[in-house]
Ligand binder design. Structure first.
Ligand SMILES: [Zn+2]
Length: 172
């Protein structure tokens, strides 16, 4: 990972087009920056970092950039501490590690299952109950967490993107 633009954009729930409009550049520019094909000029880097409330170093000179795996919640991330559960029980991921992919509601669970099967990506699912209301409201509140082996994670994330991105983020 060359920079954190994509990660930060996703954290804010923006697609490339929405983010591009927010910082007044084309979607192609955002795409090129995120993939590391294009390094933004300092003024644009400043705008992007400022948009996320970060420093330029935070966004573009991501130190180490070492991918780690949280043994507690199975997240894969860059850094020394799990950003999701705060655990420091982290190590470098190994082949076969089951990594958290996404949490889906009952409507999208079967869609994701279908595409992962189509792509021959092995996965494991775990049901989680939503916010303690599950007993009252029944199975519709159940959410499903998807885990895939580390070596297939990137591929699975791309599949998930296509499913949830509405096809807008096409590569040129
Ligand atoms: Zn964790």
């Amino acid at each position: 990972m060359k920079n954190r633009v994509e990660e930060l954009r996703r954290e804010r729930g923006l697609n490339q087009g929405e983010f591009a409009r927010a910082i007044h550049v084309s979607r192609q520019t955002v795409s090129a920056i995120e993939t590391g094909k294009y390094n933004p000029a300092l003024d644009l880097a400043f705008v992007i970092a400022g948009y996320f409330g970060k420093t330029i170093e935070d966004v573009f000179e991501y130190r180490g950039g070492k991918t780690m795996y949280c043994e507690k919640c199975s997240r894969v991330f860059d850094g020394e501490r799990c950003p999701v559960c705060g655990s420091r029980r982290v190590r470098q991921p190994a082949e076969g590690d089951l990594c958290f992919l996404a949490e889906q509601d009952y409507l999208t669970t079967s869609m994701l299952e279908d595409v992962l099967k189509q792509e021959n990506i092995p996965f494991l699912t775990k049901g989680v109950m939503g916010a303690g209301l599950a007993i009252k409201a029944g199975p519709t509140l159940e959410r499903t967490r998807f885990y895939v082996p580390f070596e297939r994670l990137q591929e699975a994330e791309e599949v998930l993107d296509e499913l949830t991105g509405g096809g807008e983020e096409t590569e040129e």
